[in-house]
Ligand binder design. Structure first.
Ligand SMILES: [Zn+2]
Length: 348
């Protein structure tokens, strides 16, 4: 098994390491139902420490279901936000990122930082609902999952359109509220529409390059260039199906190919880490795959860095491909924090 060198581990421990997309907030809520009230500290923190991650962007609602839980249900959203905020504020070393000042604190790598995010806004029926979520600390928004909702078409629609009138109003409101607009999961027309109604630097939190792996969830070269032009960031996704059409070939080196490709089109300052790790609810995932008659190995992750505990192995693969220390510091978290700081100014 590959490991990371002392040099990479030293780099990661000295600089912020940001995971731009993870879904385990729902697990914090689910574990509370099981009587475990501090899963963030007791179950997730040890894994984050081992993987040297210092900041997580956590999905608190979305347009998908996990087992019987529908993540767009507003009562569930309240429960997940409530559980997540309580578990963060209960711990002296945990911090919620709401403002540019909070981002500056996260950049010092003191304690562990969390940002609350949406992955689909099916539960957001009007702008008042969006503003309420902002008031409850949500700071990043993906408009859709793979399907269509009131705001936009996701990438899984057979003949996708772009943003609806409501979706355009949401995009403009995100700018007004100084919230992060995350373009992951959008259809191609939605992607371009979104950029017509939002002028701050955009994020694509967990997507790779379509030129290397022809999947609807990945970005075209033109999209990658545009993210670079706008000073945005793209978080690399560690799911095998987004790395190589042959999932068996999804090695850390193959994922590094995506980093090299994106860097050539948009610059290394556009790269971030959005692994989308899901080992903490793999049993629920497997039931979902079975229900939808999908292959059982669909949810496999990049070989050698399958869980957050092994994240440094992928950073080693980037170093082996010639990324400099300065570039790696940006990819680890500096680039994501740069955008978060710009967008979250004027928040408090
Ligand atoms: Zn996703």
């Amino acid at each position: 098994m590959k490991t990371a060198s002392d040099r990479i581990r030293a780099l990661m421990s000295a600089h912020p390491v940001v995971d731009t997309h993870s879904d385990y907030a729902i697990e914090l809520y689910r574990r509370e139902q099981d009587g475990v009230s501090d899963a963030l500290a007791s179950e997730h923190l040890p894994a984050l420490r081992e993987g040297m991650v210092s900041m997580e962007v956590l999905t608190v609602a979305g347009d998908f279901d996990i087992d019987t839980l529908k993540l767009w249900d507003q009562r569930l959203t309240r429960g997940v936000i409530d559980a997540t905020r309580r578990q963060i504020t209960a711990h002296a070393d945990f911090h919620i990122v709401r403002s540019a000042e909070d981002v500056a604190h996260a950049a010092k790598r003191e304690g562990t930082h969390f940002m609350l995010a949406l992955e689909g806004i099916r539960g957001v029926e009007d702008l008042a609902a969006l503003r309420m979520l902002h008031a409850f600390d949500v700071r990043a928004v993906i408009l859709t999952h793979n399907e269509r909702n009131l705001a936009a078409d996701g990438c899984g629609e057979p003949q996708p359109g772009g943003l609806s009138k409501f979706g355009r109003a949401v995009a403009r409101e995100l700018e007004q509220l100084r919230m992060i607009f995350d373009l992951a999961h959008l259809s191609d027309p939605s992607f371009w529409d979104a950029l017509d109604h939002y002028t701050l630097p955009p994020v694509v939190s967990h997507s790779n390059a379509r030129a290397l792996c022809d999947h609807r969830r990945n970005l075209t070269d033109e999209q990658i260039r545009e993210i670079g032009r706008r000073g945005g960031v793209i978080g690399l996704n560690f799911l095998a199906m987004f790395i190589d059409a042959d999932r068996g070939s999804a090695t850390t080196d193959r994922l590094a190919d995506h980093a090299v490709h994106i860097s050539a089109l948009a610059g290394a300052q556009s790269l971030a880490l959005g692994p989308d790790y899901a080992d903490y609810y793999m049993d629920a995932m497997l039931r979902w795959l079975q229900r939808d008659q999908l292959p059982a190995d669909l949810m496999t992750f990049v070989h050698g860095a399958e869980t957050v505990r092994t994240l440094p192995v992928f950073i080693q693969a980037l170093a082996d491909r010639g990324f400099s220390d300065d570039e790696l510091i940006g990819i680890l978290g500096g680039n994501a924090l740069r955008i978060y700081s710009t967008v979250l100014s004027h928040n408090n």
